[in-house]
Design a protein around this ligand. Structure first.
Ligand SMILES: Cc1ncc(COP(=O)(O)O)c(C=O)c1O
Length: 392
């Protein structure tokens, strides 16, 4: 045994000890441009001064009291989330449950949906190729059978249809036991797959016709990353439940499940809970993160950087077959193995990951400077040139 850590994660190619904005430093003192940002988490960059100050101040004031007592931050953060999700010009009408991660936010959504239907319609339909988390019900909802292997029996009541195919969803909703549809507005882990522009509104219509709850998993897309505050309401679709996590705390663990108040009303005292969920330290980070994301106009920043990336990668950079995604959640489909490019990029001081054997994900901080963005793109271009050259 060479480590006391379990083997569920693969080998680690580097160990980082410090971060500053879009730059990470490893144990050898080498620097890297971070185009992954903790997998779409540190949207305001590493050691962001505003968030760091908020965490430090809160840690020195009050970190934790349990949900048996009130805290002054929860309501404030919930109102901000409600405001960012709501459709322009429409009243705020949602309520929030705070969790610690994306998968827990989804677990809360499943329980809420079941409670809302009074136990009559317990089934959830999600999509193939989706990713919703690693806890048992979120794993059952995840449409990647390879991730299920070895973990049977998973909770019952979860089934899948093709992403982007409204006719398949319509057929699935003929089962009156289906009470909820769960979908990522853009599939992130599945390869950065963007559905057609009428897909979400089509799902909304199908759910309305059948009295089914629409749950949008915005764990990866939320808080400006897609170029909208939320990809669903940005597409003028108000889901019944929206789950989020990742960038909400800029690295402090926090997730949330938002629901329309008539749906949220199904949760009564004692129905759900979490020791750490919504504790002051995480909420202080979330409050500062949201305020800073609003100050920089995060969706606009994402779209501006997306335009720079698109322009740069469509001119003379070898190995790129197609660029997918929205805002700063981009997938570059390659003519060479994505894993080789990730390794070559790391050697040149750029962090990326492979979401498919032929696709790398590009998800830098939303406030990345032009200098760091161009530096990262130059390194990506060098990495691609090297891998394309080696595979000829
Ligand atoms: C869309 C989506 N949902 C849920 C999750 C799970 O989030 P967590 O790892 O915080 O449990 C992820 C994580 O990548 C995700 O991308």
């Amino acid at each position: 045994m060479t480590t006391h850590l379990m083997g569920n994660y693969g080998p680690k190619p580097r160990t980082f000890v410090r971060g500053e904005g879009s730059i990470l430093f490893d144990t050898e003192g080498r620097s890297y441009v971070d185009f992954l940002c903790g997998i779409a988490v540190t949207s305001l960059g590493h050691a962001n001064p505003v968030v760091t100050e908020a965490i430090a101040t809160q840690a020195a004031t009050l970190s934790h009291v349990s949900n048996l007592f009130g805290n002054t931050l929860a309501e404030e953060v919930a109102v901000s989330i409600d405001r960012l999700i709501s459709l322009p010009g429409e009243p705020l009408n949602g309520q929030v449950f705070f969790a610690n991660s994306g998968t827990e936010a989804n677990e809360a959504a499943f329980k809420l949906a079941r409670k809302f239907h009074g136990g009559e319609r317990p089934k959830v339909v999600s999509t193939w190729n989706s990713f919703h988390g690693r806890t048992m019900a979120s794993l059952a909802a995840t449409g990647q059978p390879a991730k299920h292997v070895g973990f049977a029996p998973l909770p019952a009541g979860f089934s899948h249809v093709a992403f982007g195919e409204l006719s398949e969803m319509e057929a699935a909703l003929s089962d009156r036991e289906v009470g909820a549809v769960l979908v990522e507005p853009i599939q992130g882990e599945g390869g950065v797959i963007v559905p057609s522009s009428d897909y979400l509104s089509g799902l909304r219509a199908l759910c309305d016709e059948t009295g089914t709850l629409l749950i949008c998993d915005e764990v990866q897309t939320g808080f400006g990353r897609s170029g909208k505050w939320f990809a669903s309401s940005g597409a003028h679709v108000l889901a019944d439940i929206v789950t989020m996590a990742k960038s909400l705390g800029n690295g402090m663990p926090i997730g949330a499940c938002w629901a329309k108040s008539e749906v949220a009303a199904a949760f009564l005292p004692g129905d759900h809970g979490s020791t750490f969920g919504g504790q002051p330290l995480a909420l202080a980070a979330a409050r500062a993160t949201i305020a800073e994301l609003e100050r920089i106009d995060a969706p606009a920043a994402a779209l501006r950087a997306e335009a720079i990336i698109t322009e740069k990668l469509s001119h003379g950079v070898p190995g790129i077959v197609a660029l997918r995604g929205s805002g700063l959640l981009l997938g570059a489909q390659l003519s060479v193995p994505a894993g080789d490019v990730v390794t070559a990029a790391l050697e040149r001081g750029l962090i990326l990951n492979a979401v498919r054997p032929d696709t790398i994900r590009i998800a830098p901080p939303l406030n990345i400077t032009d200098h760091d963005l161009y530096l990262g793109l130059d390194r990506l271009s060098e990495a691609l040139t090297a891998v394309v050259g080696a595979t000829k």
